[in-house]
Design a protein around this ligand. Structure first.
Ligand SMILES: Cc1cc2nc3c(=O)[nH]c(=O)nc-3n(C[C@H](O)[C@H](O)[C@H](O)COP(=O)(O)OP(=O)(O)OC[C@H]3O[C@@H](n4cnc5c(N)ncnc54)[C@H](O)[C@@H]3O)c2cc1C
Length: 392
């Protein structure tokens, strides 16, 4: 029998080892429900745990979870704090703005709460053995004969490992060794309260002429609070020697549409930063599967380069990985070749969109007038609908 989650040592044998209990790992565990497989989900953190993010949970993530079981969406829509995301307001560098309206239900909720709620679903609906406070230290062995993981609480064995361990994935670094590359994009985030004129159902995006490949966001997250952040391409940050935390503070103090609204706002806690492994860059895509392993979410570099969302692709890839794992155990095949349907599905259902987003992002970042022109053109309703289709 697998060791219980509260044991101090966890030496045990499972079928599936999921490393990382964020959206990718939790979705994979939920999608393995009823498979009869012995699944362990380990995370170095104890939940609830913070994750630096804009906290905008895309409708596609909720839709994919609801497809697994409609009660998951009901449970998540009852989660508090939460703020519905029905509209987006894009503010061009010149000050002109554009309102977009979203069909798919979506919301913003602090990741501290959202990720804990996802893990609660795993705990309540599956037989997954959840090992919190259990850090992967090294992949001791991986191959056709199985997987051995060395963790802070002992050794774990399995037939297949799924790297859902985020932007700095240790699983990815083991299966795809090579020189460490900086994340293509970095972001900082802070929470505020008492921001004036904060519409509860609108996410706001502000663009600047000086730092084109990126934006500042103001996302309400419920209970009168908002998540405020700034994300930029690392190449821009390095070339312009930007201190992102300082730049965010400057925006809030000086931007004509923000300064007045933040004049009496209080910041809750520090401004914190993290890397965004964007997908869609030209050239060969990062491998996402091999003999005995699969990568999902940020570990597979699946963040949308245009808008910076990755919760949806983390959930979708976790679900696709679960389908592949079921095929593996049905056929008792764990070879790299047998894993290829997973890679193909990622490429077809996620990779294509990421490549399109990457091209649009590059186009806009090289042409200062393009955001301005897009916002101006989209004042015409039917052109606005076209623009909305491109960026949704
Ligand atoms: C500044 C910023 C803003 C963003 N804004 C948004 C947004 O508004 N909407 C959106 O959809 N996306 C956003 N994203 C992207 C989003 O946060 C990620 O795409 C998403 O969290 C990926 O989920 P994941 O499960 O792959 O990884 P994560 O959520 O990072 O989860 C990985 C888990 O693995 C665990 N872990 C890591 N290493 C180990 C180890 N060695 N052993 C055990 N456990 C380990 C971690 O503790 C963590 O719980 C943003 C990202 C950033 C940086």
């Amino acid at each position: 029998m697998p060791a219980a989650a509260h044991d101090s040592a966890v030496a045990a044998t499972y079928d599936v080892l999921l490393v990382g209990a964020g959206p990718a790992g939790a979705a994979c565990a939920l999608a393995l429900r009823g498979s009869g497989l012995r699944v362990a989900l380990l995370d170095k953190a104890t939940f609830p745990r913070d994750k630096i993010c804009g906290d905008a949970v895309p409708g596609a993530a909720l839709k994919a979870l609801a497809r697994l079981d409609p009660t998951y969406r009901v449970a998540l829509s009852n989660l508090r704090p939460q703020s519905p995301a029905r509209h987006s307001r894009l503010v061009a560098p010149g000050g002109r703005s554009l309102e977009l309206h979203w069909q798919l239900p979506a919301f913003n909720s602090p990741r501290l709460d959202f990720d804990a709620a996802l893990l609660k679903l795993v705990r309540e609906h599956t037989d997954t053995v959840i090992l919190e406070n259990t850090a992967l230290r090294a992949v001791a062995e991986i191959g056709a004969a199985g997987v051995r993981l060395s963790t802070s609480r002992g050794e774990l064995r399995g037939r297949v490992v799924v790297g859902c361990d985020g932007a700095n994935s240790l699983v990815r670094r083991h299966v795809l060794p090579g020189p460490a590359r900086p994340q293509p994009c970095v972001g900082v985030r802070a929470y505020f309260e008492n921001v004036a004129e904060l519409p509860a159902d609108t996410t706001e995006f502000y663009f600047s002429r000086d730092q084109l490949a990126g934006y500042c966001w103001v996302f309400p997250v419920g209970e009168g609070r908002c998540n405020v952040g700034l994300g930029l391409l690392t190449e821009v940050v390095s070339a312009q020697k930007i201190d992102l935390k300082k730049l965010l503070a400057d925006w809030l103090a000086r931007h004509p549409a923000l300064a007045g609204r933040f004049a009496h706002a209080q910041q809750l806690g520090p401004t914190r930063g993290w890397g965004l492994p964007l997908g869609g860059a030209p050239g060969p895509a990062q491998p996402v599967a091999g003999t005995g392993w699969l990568l999902c979410g940020d570990a597979a570099a699946l963040i949308d380069p245009l808008q910076g969302h990755g919760i949806d692709t983390a959930v979708l890839s976790g679900i696709m990985a679960a389908a592949q794992i079921r095929r593996c155990f049905e056929q008792q095949q764990f070879s790299a070749e047998f894993m290829q349907p997973y890679a193909a599905e990622i490429n077809q259902k996620i990779g294509r969109n990421l490549r399109r987003s990457y091209r649009i992002m590059r186009l806009a970042s090289a042409r200062p007038w393009l955001v301005e022109a897009a916002v101006a053109v989209a004042q015409v309703p039917w052109l606005r609908r076209g623009l909305q289709r491109i960026i949704s």
